[in-house]
Design a protein around this ligand. Sequence first.
Ligand code: ZN
Ligand code: ZN
Length: 70
Amino acid sequence: MKCYMCAKMGKDTDAVAICIVCGMGLCKDHSIREEVPIWEGGYPVRLKPDIDRIKRIVCQPCHEALKENL
Ligand SMILES: [Zn+2]
Ligand SMILES: [Zn+2]
């Protein structure tokens, strides 16, 4: 998978992560790893170990949207 943000700028970069919100591929420059309280206040979320490592990676547009909604 290629980074969607890079592709929009005409670059061809392999994605290293996937935005948990919109699912777009992201390279390490465009992925934002942060405490994003998407699942707080809810029931336990069961995640497979392999996707648990990337559970808090979001893309820049989604990060902005999440901040605005906090
Ligand atoms: Zn990128
Ligand atoms: Zn996103």
